[in-house]
Write a new protein. Structure first.
Length: 659
């Protein structure tokens, strides 16, 4: 009898154990991607692309106060699957509409939380949600990325000396380290997006989306050195002025939690984009698809465009009868240049105001006169401000300058993505929208979809842009330029600030503060205006330089900053990329290479069949390998059957307008 009871107990306990374990699968619409979710004492997911294991079983959990762990010994209540196939209009984007097709699985658990998984033809994503009546405190989140082999990565480490004691203070400007997972630098962090190379033409890029009332995700190596695990900045409790020129805040005390937040909410998406060829990564919509739709009903007042910029060229204009600098006459000169060349905006960067109090003007800058002067010439004025100065009185600043006729603000030196800063970005975006002001967030973490939610945010930095050429002689810029379209640009637009008219071959390049130059050819710079996404796109060089190079300036002025259609023609991460984009009935094409010269074939089959097109083409000159300013301009006829071969010089490029 005793043995029978023992046997019964063992069988019963096995039944209970079996009831606790749940396996779910979710397949992409095209059948290539399979997500497996295993729920036992923990929750994990894995991803197969055809027969290739993209993500090995990787755990997820959310820890709240009172040591409540959502994901530990979870109890499934129910689940539901759904197929979605809808299209939405994308405002100020690289294409007019985005196709949003995916299969969804929602799993509801005891303890008032859920997990939602979405599987697209190009990747997969998941997010937590809670349905608690009272506010909650999030202590930590477990995000794990495990792999079956020691793959190569292209990953941006946190590299910033503004506060070396706090790795979460960062300008988010780093080159990509090409290292195996196991070679991840000890005791360091990396930020998203980053790439895994599976060495079979397949790659994966890891992103987050819909970051709202929550800190951004960093990663570090896990203990087994076969993957990554999450790290988040704790909520700031005490801050002091500090950083570069004391223009931002340094954290002197952090809480033991990530955020205190609403009990009923969704959390950020953890997303993986999978590609069978590199070029597909350069035309991906994952962040747009996962972002919340616009909260601004009327967006008709939002006008993207190009911006004549002063800071990079150090206000260095000449052949004039006044002293150039941060003064009214200089800015009138920039406005005249913008007006003559159909450039929509001029930005007044640092120096137009007292940097710590932007309600106080530099007496040498008559702002009201400049606004009136620009308005007469159909040019808008955008003002630079540090985040610290702006947030002393955001509402008052926006109300004051909107009434004066300012069109927007370039907000700089945020340098963090803790929950307090993320909430501040949302607050700034809403208040700017209330006053019909555009925003360009410089010194900023990577975009995560807020650009769809608040379309008045037209650009973000979070990229190691052209400004670094002024002081970093050892950077390999063409390599970086040929990498970011496949990684960083997947997160959203980039305030890279192209447009250098002084162009240098590798052996000739040197940093210069007042006469800065670019690495690579003139055509490389021209091509960036098509390749790099930026609804508010800077023209970094001085009016004097642009007027000396009017042919190049005319080309830049004709390239729009948003498009109706985009096609990634060809490319290989870190080597080269070619992209075509369409606005109305005109196509714009850009191609760039790293420091290796190469031949590329441009296949014009994207053009409408049966029609002839005129192509204005800027290609590297025969001597561009030594004289990087050398280029050839020609106008030819092409059609959808055309296939043309072009030689890209070292650090070279190719730029076209086809109509």
């Amino acid at each position: 009898m005793k043995n029978i009871i023992i046997l019964f107990c063992l069988i019963f306990s096995g039944i209970i154990s079996a009831q606790k374990k749940h396996d779910f699968t979710l397949i992409s619409p095209n059948g290539k991607i399979k997500v497996s979710i295993i729920i036992n004492d923990k929750i994990s997911w894995s991803i197969l692309h055809e027969k290739d294991l993209i993500l090995a079983p990787s755990e997820m959990s959310l820890t709240l106060d009172e040591n409540i762990i959502l994901g530990k010994n979870p109890v499934v209540l129910n689940s539901a699957k759904e197929s979605v196939n809808k299209e939405f209009e994308a405002a100020f984007y690289k294409k007019k509409t985005v196709q949003n097709k995916y299969n969804r699985l929602t799993i509801n658990f005891k303890n008032e939380f859920s997990l939602e998984f979405r599987v697209f033809d190009d990747g997969a994503a998941y997010r937590f949600s809670t349905k608690k009546k009272k506010d909650i405190t999030v202590k930590s989140e477990e995000v794990v990325l495990n792999f079956d082999k020691d793959y190569n990565t292209l990953i941006p480490y946190v590299r910033d000396l503004r506060n070396p004691e706090d790795p979460f203070i960062s300008s988010f400007e780093s080159h990509y380290e090409n290292k195996k997972i196991s070679e991840f630098a000890k005791d360091t962090l990396a930020f998203l997006p980053f790439l895994i190379d599976f060495k079979n033409h397949k790659k994966a890029v890891f992103l987050e989306a819909d970051l709202n009332d929550y800190p951004g995700l960093f990663v570090t190596n896990n203990e087994k050195k076969t993957g990554f695990e999450s790290r988040f900045s704790k909520y700031p409790l005490q801050e002091i002025n500090g950083g570069f020129n004391y223009l931002n805040k340094l954290i002197t005390e952090r809480a033991d939690y990530l955020v205190k937040t609403k009990g009923s909410r969704t959390f950020p998406w953890r997303a993986i984009v999978i590609s069978e060829n590199d070029s597909a990564l350069a035309n991906n919509d994952m962040v747009q698809k996962l972002a919340e739709p616009s909260v601004i009903k009327d967006i008709s007042w939002i006008k993207p465009g190009k911006v004549a910029w002063d800071w990079w060229n150090d206000w260095n204009i000449y052949n004039i009868d006044f002293k150039a600098g941060i003064n009214t006459q200089t800015y009138k000169y920039y406005i005249d240049f913008a007006s003559k060349n159909n450039v929509e905006y001029v930005v007044l960067d640092e120096g137009w105001s007292v940097e710590t109090d932007i309600m106080k003007h530099n007496p040498d800058v008559d702002l009201e006169a400049l606004i009136a002067y620009a308005k007469e010439r159909n040019v808008g004025i955008i003002l630079w401000a540090s985040w610290m100065a702006l947030t002393k009185n955001t509402e008052g600043v926006f109300e004051n300058y909107a009434k004066l006729g300012i069109k927007g603000f370039k907000v700089d030196f945020l340098d963090r993505d803790d929950a307090k800063m993320v909430n501040s970005v949302y607050d700034i975006a809403q208040k700017a929208a209330n006053h019909k002001l555009l925003l360009d967030f410089h010194g900023m973490y990577k975009p995560t979809g807020i650009q769809r939610t608040f379309p008045n945010i037209l650009n973000f930095e979070g990229v190691k842009g052209l400004e670094n050429n002024k002081w970093t002689p050892n950077d390999d810029v063409p390599l970086y330029d040929c990498t970011i379209p496949f990684i960083r640009m997947m997160a959203g637009p980039m305030d890279y600030t192209p447009g250098a008219m002084r162009n240098a071959a590798k052996s000739e390049f040197k940093p210069s503060h007042s006469n800065p130059m670019s690495q690579g050819t003139r055509c490389h710079q021209l091509a960036l205006y098509t390749i790099f996404e930026a609804p508010l796109q800077m023209m970094a060089d001085s009016p004097t330089s642009y007027m000396k190079e009017q042919e190049s300036t005319d080309f830049i002025a004709k390239v729009p900053t948003t498009f109706d259609e985009s096609i990634s023609l060809d490319g290989e991460v870190g080597k080269f990329v070619s992209i075509a984009r369409k606005k109305s009935d005109v196509w714009y094409l850009g191609a760039i290479t790293n420091w290796d010269s190469r031949d590329i074939i441009i296949d014009f089959s994207f053009l409408e069949k049966g029609k002839k097109f005129q192509a204005e083409i800027f290609s590297d000159g025969l001597n561009a390998d030594k004289a990087a300013v050398d280029y050839k301009r020609e106008i030819i006829t092409v059609d959808s059957n055309s296939k043309l071969k072009y030689r890209l010089a070292n650090g070279g490029g190719l730029a076209m307008i086809i109509k």
